[in-house]
Ligand binder design. Sequence first.
Ligand SMILES: Nc1ncnc2c1ncn2[C@@H]1O[C@H](COP(=O)(O)OP(=O)(O)OP(=O)(O)O)[C@@H](O)[C@H]1O
Length: 241
Amino acid sequence: MSMLKIKGLQKSFGGLRAVDGLDFEVSRGEVVGLLGPNGSGKTTAMNLISGALRPNAGEIIFDSHRIDCLPPHRIARLGVARTFQLVKVLGSMSCSENVQAGMAFRPQHAFGAAAREEALMLLERVGLRHRAHVAASDLTYIDQKRLELARALALRPQLLLLDEWLAGLNPSELREGIALILDLRAQGLTVVLVEHVMDAVRALCDRCIVMSAGIKLAEGKTNAVLAREDVITAYLGVDHA
Ligand SMILES: Nc1ncnc2c1ncn2[C@@H]1O[C@H](COP(=O)(O)OP(=O)(O)OP(=O)(O)O)[C@@H](O)[C@H]1O
């Protein structure tokens, strides 16, 4: 039984079809990579799933709810959390407050000491406990990404959407980041991740969907998909040989 079903999804910006009839499904507990060259429509697809954008056509069904017509906060409340390609933290608030803000979007709010305690636990999980009282704007970019993940987890999501969460990490941070996502996977979280770091895709994703110019070019087991000639050509161009 699929947790997420996407059928005939379409989104245009003026004359440009950024997502053009996309279909795919994600089962509970899977980690699925959404891949493709720059401009192929991956972030637009993530924005459609999280409700930041409304599709022109198609359906998105999450856990048997039709969500393509819902605003982002209602989708969040159903259990869909996300991080952003360009990090969006609440700069003047502390790390702890940022994480507590995430709790406000779940059905069971936490308040006061319980919320602060839970925030510390989540910050610990992403390696930021020691920075709990620092303003988010004072963090490095990478630490802001960690904070965004802690805020997303504060929602206690069933489905986590990660938009290039591992981009820009150095090799040891990348190893830690992959281990963190593997840990989430081991706990049964369902994840869709947009990622250009192929070592991470191979380490994390059971399956991949590859987009090109808004359409689904390929779908299947990660190693098989990444070995396909048409996928390599889409990434590297026709002269790659
Ligand atoms: N708000 C917008 N208004 C106009 N065009 C947009 C908008 N958002 C995205 N696009 C265009 O839609 C296409 C798909 O963009 P999108 O960001 O979804 O691609 P992507 O696969 O995520 O790329 P990248 O890997 O570079 O992040 C691109 O041509 C982009 O310029």
